[in-house]
Design a protein around this ligand. Sequence first.
Ligand SMILES: *Cc1c(COP(=O)(O)O)cnc(C)c1O
Length: 870
Amino acid sequence: MKALRRFTVRAHLPQRLEALERLSVNLRWSWDKPTQDLFASIDPELWGHVEADPVALLGAVSPKRLDELAVDDSFLSRLDHLAADLDDYLQRPMWYQERIAAGEELPTGIAYFSMEFGVAEVLPNYSGGLGILAGDHLKSASDLGLPLIAVGLYYRSGYFRQSLTADGWQHENYPSLDPQGLPLRLLTDEDGEPVLVRLAMPDSAELNARVWVAQVGRIPLLLLDSDTPETDHELRGVTDRLYGGDQEHRIQQEILAGIGGVRAIRAFTRVESLPEPQVFHMNEGHAGFLGIERIRELVTDGGLDFDTALAVVRSSTVFTTHTPVPAGIDRFPVDLVEQYFGAPSDEPSGADSELLPGLPLERIVAFGAEDDPSKFNMAYMGLRLAQRANGVSLLHGRVSRGMFNELWNGFDTEEVPIGSITNGVHAPTWAAPQWVQLGRELIGSDDLGSLSEPDTWQRLQQVDPGHLWWIRCELRKLLIDDVRARLRKSCLERGASDAELGWIAKAFDPDVLTIGFARRVPTYKRLTLMLRDPDRLEQLLLDEKRPVQLIVAGKSHPADDGGKALIQQVVRFADRPDVRHRIAFLPDYDMSMARLLYWGCDVWLNNPLRPLEACGTSGMKSALNGGLNLSIRDGWWDEWYDGENGWEIPTADGLADETRRDDLEAAALYDLIANSVTTKFYDRDAQGVPTRWVEMVRHTLQSLGPKVLASRMVRDYTEQYYAPAARSLHRTIEAVDGVPFGAARDLAAYRRRAEEAWPRIQITDVDSYGLPDTPLLGSELTLTATVDLAGLAPDEVVVEAVIGRVDTTDALLEPTTVQMAHTGSGDGGSETFSTTTPLPVAGPVGYTVRVLPHHPLLAAADELGLVTLA
Ligand SMILES: *Cc1c(COP(=O)(O)O)cnc(C)c1O
């Protein structure tokens, strides 16, 4: 059946109300409560009906009502005030401008690429955490004034909407979204014609995409849409859905996002007269082809050779990895990559790529090479194209260094140059208005900029426990109302009649300890761990004195029947008449449901298989609302759990037997709930306030509040990644002796020579002198190494002594490295290096010597993955 095509007619606003249009299309309203209140006041009933969507509201409100408002002085003064406030927000100097004014060298533009963006529920362009994180990144970048341009795809059906069948099986729906009904504008050129991004596809086909622009506060978000009349019919569906199709569909999407994304940015900056981005940030490897397109630009438009172009691209690219498991990495069959990036079929093999003229296919394929010669690895490509890379929590950084160690063969895991920046969440989006209000009162201003200061959060010390508890109770009540409404809707969808649903009015209790568990449903998140011992769970739910209630939600990937079976297990349990008033599975987890869950749940449960949760952010959003985390120490919780701000579920990681591991961890979970969580919650003072609980809430807000913020995250990215990348770019593109890009050419030439020489570099001799017969800690040791540099100059390498305690397997533990000085040249190109150093540790000591590349434009000596060991 052919899907119905919808279109939307936007209302004609009276002139006096024109500012409403601007307020409705800038998504800043989604984190600005006064603007939301203004829209709601236009027609409160309609506002509920259109699910708080300003564009839809303006499309549906009656002209009569608009005429009334156009002469309503109080409405008009609020409107004018909020329109002026938006203008001020868009223009005033923010943190970024202040840093520049203080003399800091920061990029004039940053491009941020992601396959999904969860900005607001009206733009359902996300499936889960990765997208929400990208959305929060943009909002905080806006609040901080970063000159960032974001790029992704416009999915006609977004991700799917989830419902349940009568027997609890997930059902997917793909509503078709009309861009005209969304807060988007079409990017047009100087003549008012839609800008088209063009990509050559195999068999002389052409993929064209229009570019929709969403305005996220100060940040433009460009979304490419292949569904245009100019695109060949078979290719129009490239952007039909998020994570929908087969490998071929997926590579087409990633080619469009990466290569098309760069082209969209070029068109956008030209039309809008904006500076070109200097730094390119890949949020996960999906958009990694952007780096190859930038090489093509420098080769075909800039006349650089491939290696010089690569040096420029690498210096200015940041890659963030989000998965701690090899199975989570995007990999394509090499054949498929060759098909898309190869020469036209009537050309000889070895000819230039048609999609990327000027680039040889073999160089492109080499970026994704891995152990399995039939696979093209997108994460490897990201790491090879980016001089700087990071994971998304301290633990995930460590795991990533291990996972990608093979790209830095010969280096210890700790040396792999992948850092970490722990994710964060956008407070104005996720904190309940009650908390924001309290924050304003404590700060004494509407400007919440000081939220990143720990001192600001210490002011919560002044707040009466009764007041903190009152906010928690208000938020729980709101949640229970929402849960009942959603439960009713779901039961009706599943075939129940109204007459059977009387119980829902009393289901869930605003006074009962409420635990939330909502997330996507991949196996590692263990949706059903709580069901491990159903009798034990039932006891907890139905306990007479200290009951708990559980709200569960989450979508399974449409192709993952295993995940759907887990959902069904929960639904079946929750359907049981004896427990259904205390546990529910709510279908269609999305931002609007999520928000109320984070506000209202007392406890946020997370029980992944450690260390498979790269970071996790839902627990941060809960913490920001005074929710207490009850979690396995994985992702961010491993880093910031302090013994008082929630509970740690002991993990049995390392146990090979998964069944036993689940048994142990589930038992620990039940025990914690029964013996610690519920006792604290139900232990009340004379006023009915659980004082010990409230102190944990207060401590959670104080200790985690300043840390979990996306503004902290974006500042960290700016200082630790964007600014250094811009400085690297600056130095790399410098002319040398009048030759443009001379520094990059020099680096590329050095890299070629180093890679060529490296296999022949040898440490031919290592000697030690000077130690007394019984060496003591601090005794001086002199080391000398003779090295054959295979044609490289002594100042083109670093020679290091690595000294440390040795264990029984002769491995060096926590070694110290000491750089050795060049001390002489011998016959036949052999060079000597030496150092004198005090022994750094006591006990059995060992040492070795290694040679590494050295060039001023390398971010680190291990960057090229070249090392020679003695
Ligand atoms: C925050 C959020 C997520 C991510 O939560 P995790 O803790 O990473 O699982 C997923 N979906 C929605 C709607 C969210 O708001």
